[in-house]
Design a protein around this ligand. Structure first.
Ligand SMILES: Nc1nc2c(ncn2[C@@H]2O[C@H](COP(=O)(O)OP(=O)(O)OP(=O)(O)O)[C@@H](O)[C@H]2O)c(=O)[nH]1
Ligand SMILES: [Mg+2]
Length: 273
């Protein structure tokens, strides 16, 4: 049972009701911090993506490929080379704050792909909160990666298609990923997570045939629960669909963002559980 976001707590017994009140206060505090994050990102004119999916859908693999394939010739952001720090030299002007319950495996993969990255270890919490993102931004800045030098900041949320949806992080774009190995019905089963999505990614399409995944049916399910979301089918393994992804993120061919900035001001609606 999650101690942070009340999943598994349904009976309105007095003790539970007190915990519900506490949960509501925590969510209110999160929303205030998210609003502060959003103001800060807007001041830096920085588009910020909150990337959600179940465990293992391929969030880190997608970001690794974006980092590796960032068009050469794009102006690298300043920052020292330091193994284990968030700032490899000559990296693309994109950074990642990645949340996991444990390990810094994902941050290490992202550093190896040439991206600035900081790992947030959430311990028992099954989602990132706005305060953790603020600390992640501070850690990036301490590593010599100021927001002002970035063109895109991605927050890779904890792998979980339930609880992260309730927590606004101050992002300008909410991206939800599902992979073909999970089945076509996930958008219907986890509708609350998909509901607030601006962009839905269907990953691992290189495995479509092997798992007999019905792409059209999945698209129909997504349209039911997230009618305003754009949908991109792709493979982080083969690179298929990445030009559509780059266009959907507003990434210009030279690596710069040419569409994303109008999203900076947009507040993503957040569903309360
Ligand atoms: N075949 C195939 N495998 C993929 C693809 N994308 C990711 N994978 C594999 O899926 C597994 C999980 O990928 P990750 O990138 O770690 O997934 P994640 O969503 O970041 O996982 P968590 O952070 O643990 O939630 C790894 O073995 C990847 O190599 C893809 O497009 N095709
Ligand atoms: Mg990951």
């Amino acid at each position: 049972m999650c101690v942070d976001c009340r999943c598994g707590q349904s009976a309105p017994e007095p003790a539970v009701r007190r915990r519900l009140d506490l949960g509501e206060r925590l969510l209110r505090r999160n929303d205030q911090q998210a609003a502060a994050n959003r103001r800060r990102f807007a001041a830096a004119q920085l588009p910020v993506v909150n990337l959600l999916s179940g465990p293992g859908s391929g969030k880190t693999a997608l970001l690794e490929r974006l980092g590796r394939d960032w068009p050469r010739g794009a102006e690298p952001a300043a920052g020292p080379q330091a193994p284990g720090s968030g700032a490899p030299a000559g990296r693309p002007p994109m950074a990642v704050i990645v949340g996991d319950l444990a390990t810094d495996n994902d941050a290490r993969r992202l550093w190896a792909a040439g991206l600035a990255a900081v790992q947030i270890s959430t311990g028992q919490a099954c989602h990132l909160e706005a305060g953790m993102v603020e600390r992640g931004v501070q850690a990036l800045e301490q590593d010599g990666v100021p927001l002002a030098g970035l063109e895109l900041l991605v927050i890779e949320n904890v792998g979980n298609l339930v609880c992260p949806a309730a927590y606004d992080l101050g992002e300008s774009l909410r991206v939800v990923m599902v992979s073909v190995t999970e089945g076509e019905d996930k958008p219907l089963k986890y509708a609350a997570s998909f509901h607030g999505a601006d962009l839905v990614l269907i990953n691992k399409i290189d495995l479509l045939g092997a798992v007999e995944f019905d792409l059209d049916q999945c698209r129909r399910h997504i349209a039911r629960v997230a009618p305003r979301a754009r949908v991109v089918a792709l493979s982080a393994r083969s690179g298929a669909g990445f030009s559509a992804l780059r266009a959907a993120l507003g990434l210009g061919r030279d690596g710069g963002l040419d569409l994303g900035l109008d999203l900076v001001q947009a507040a993503t609606p957040v569903l309360q559980p």
